[in-house]
Design a protein. Structure first.
Length: 364
């Protein structure tokens, strides 16, 4: 049962178009044509030199990312995802000699893991994969788009010695040594992600220092981004309103920071959709409290945000769960309008592309 406070929020959301009363919304409702030449293949020379599209109250302003510290106010809390990307892409070959690409998803134990595979021809349960002539892997089981794989050496040792930066599939080149640095945030700490929390790639130490100097607190959580973030949405995910599972953790320090910011009238600003998913997963318990575990939360238009007031994010793939999340946050029509504006003004898209700052602009 909704409180008067929540009911008021929902009425405001309907009035301002944040919620579209459509229980049959499909990925195709979030379709927009992104020209191939606007999909960033390389990072900019300077992280913070990217553009920043600022969207508030359905008004678009073109800014630079270096403007962000001036858009955040004292008592606001900026929350980062401190996950660190593993060298999660492996190249191997089948016993027949055919090439196999392995995209690590997560550890099961020291000697086995889940992964996505890319291969030609067929591959079967029991098939062997050879890496660098001295590492043997065996396919034990298939679970939807993932394969359970066992190894003859510790998995983390294999990744450290043979793994490459797992660039997303829309970057049409091999990873290089520079990617190991640039496809990683400057504040990355806890290994476990197989894709970068890309909204954080724009931050530099100087930008973070400027934010702190303006009296703005910075908090951190951990959510290990999985390979499923790039996978097309499946019908059962739409039906069950559940996504692939990702591990996250929120500690007592962040909980205290959130409570202090809220008590002082500040806004909670999430850096990236991963932070949004972590915070709103915590709020499914109806408490601001330490938590760790897996989340499969699927945020779509109509979702009642409990905590997040503003968001730094990149531009996401059309028809993906992430474009649905940002549409839930500020409205589908404003997002599609913003994406078209970005296309018309030569913004760069996706992981190495430009950024957005989304403010809901409603009484929360």
């Amino acid at each position: 049962m909704y409180s008067v406070y929540k009911t008021s929020r929902l009425l405001n959301h309907f009035k301002n178009g944040l919620i579209e009363y459509n229980t049959t919304m499909r990925p195709s409702d979030f379709k927009i044509n992104i020209p191939r030449e606007l999909i960033a293949q390389m990072p900019l020379e300077e992280r913070s030199s990217s553009k920043l599209l600022h969207l508030k109250n359905d008004v678009i302003n073109d800014r630079n990312f270096s403007d962000l510290p001036h858009l955040i106010k004292k008592n606001d809390l900026l929350i980062l995802n401190n996950t660190k990307v593993l060298p999660a892409r492996l190249l191997g070959k089948k016993q027949s000699g055919g090439k196999v690409e392995i995209f690590f998803e997560r550890m099961l134990n020291e000697m086995s893991f889940l992964a996505q595979l890319k291969f030609s021809g067929k591959i079967h349960i029991g098939s062997k994969i050879l890496i660098n002539e001295d590492i043997n892997l065996e396919i034990e089981k298939r679970d939807q788009q993932f394969f359970l794989i066992s190894a003859d050496k510790p998995v983390m040792d294999i990744l450290e010695s043979n793994g490459m930066t797992p660039l997303p599939p829309y970057i049409k080149r091999r990873a290089n040594s520079e990617d190991s640095r640039r496809y990683q945030t400057v504040y990355a700490k806890k290994e476990g992600a197989v894709a970068a929390p890309t909204a954080g790639l724009h931050f530099t130490d100087d930008i973070l220092d400027e934010i702190k100097q303006r009296g703005i607190d910075i908090g951190e959580l951990t959510l290990h981004v999985g390979a499923g973030t790039f996978a097309p949405l499946r019908p059962e995910q739409m039906e069950l309103k559940k996504l692939h599972e990702e591990y996250f953790e929120i500690d007592q320090r962040l909980c205290d920071q959130i409570k202090t910011s809220k008590a002082n009238g500040g806004k909670i600003i999430a850096v990236g959709t991963t932070v949004v998913r972590g915070l709103e997963s915590m709020m499914q318990t109806n408490k601001i409290q330490p938590i760790n575990g897996k989340t499969d939360i699927f945020i779509t238009p109509g979702f009642d945000f409990q905590l997040v007031d503003a968001m730094v994010t990149n531009f996401h793939l059309p028809e993906s769960s992430l474009i649905m999340l940002v549409s839930a946050f500020v409205g589908r029509k404003p997002i599609l309008k913003s994406y078209q504006h970005a296309v018309d003004n030569d913004y760069r898209f996706y992981s190495y592309g430009d950024s957005m700052f989304l403010e809901r602009g409603l009484t929360q």
